[in-house]
Design a protein around this ligand. Structure first.
Ligand SMILES: [Zn+2]
Length: 217
């Protein structure tokens, strides 16, 4: 069973784009300590959502210093935004052996999209990010973690290799829909290690049920 730890911003969130976003930003010193705690752990993977500039300014060098890799789920609609990853940054990430994934165009929930908006979010955004990064984009992270059966069918139809939720569960190798654990400002190396150690414990049962409801609704 693999546990994927998902980061958002690192450092100080100077301007929230969604209410409550700052709660998902981790202070830099704590982020570095969490990474130190993850070095060498088997079956642990990392990702960064939302394409904040801290991904390249703090995240990339910290990963490289520790020999770690991650997937960066960027937003096509923010490629020319001063607080977000630019095409040059995506190319640098890809060149450093990191994976570039898509988090869509506008960071809106993907449930209930019209066909037109779904094309923009699931297809056009992937194309724009692939062109910007100069690499294939084969994985997607669900904005705000929301999904339903219809959306998963759309994503399968779009040919994604894997899709990442935020359901706080481990996943088996080869699983297409992969849950992740998002860290927050209040997480510590100890709390993140506890997630990893507890991966098969019963407290995940509730999250498993919630995931089943989302897949079937
Ligand atoms: Zn997001």
């Amino acid at each position: 069973m693999t546990v994927e730890i998902c980061f958002h911003g690192i450092g100080v969130c100077e301007r929230e784009r969604e209410a409550g976003e700052a709660r998902y930003w981790m202070p830099e010193a704590e982020f570095l300590r969490v990474l130190d705690a993850l070095v060498g752990l088997p079956d642990v993977t990392l990702s960064f959502d939302d394409g904040n500039r801290s991904d390249i300014e703090i995240g990339l060098p910290a990963l490289q210093e520790r020999g770690l890799r991650a997937t960066f789920f960027a937003l096509a609609g923010r490629l020319d935004d001063a607080a977000s990853l630019h095409p040059d940054d995506l190319r640098e990430l890809a060149g450093a052996g990191m994976t570039v994934g898509t988090h869509g165009w506008d960071h809106i929930p993907w449930r209930g999209l019209t066909d037109h908006d779904a094309h923009r979010e699931l297809i056009d955004a992937r194309g724009a990010l692939a062109e910007a990064a100069g690499t294939d984009v084969r994985t997607a992270a669900l904005p705000l973690g929301r999904y339903d059966r219809r959306l998963l069918a759309r994503l399968r139809g779009a040919g994604y290799d894997a899709v990442y939720s935020s359901d706080r569960l481990p996943f088996h190798d080869g699983t297409w829909l992969r849950a992740r654990y998002s860290v927050t400002a209040s997480d510590t190396p100890a709390s993140v290690q506890r997630i990893i150690v507890d991966r098969s414990r019963s407290r995940d049962v509730r999250n498993r049920l919630v995931g089943a409801v989302k897949r079937l609704r």
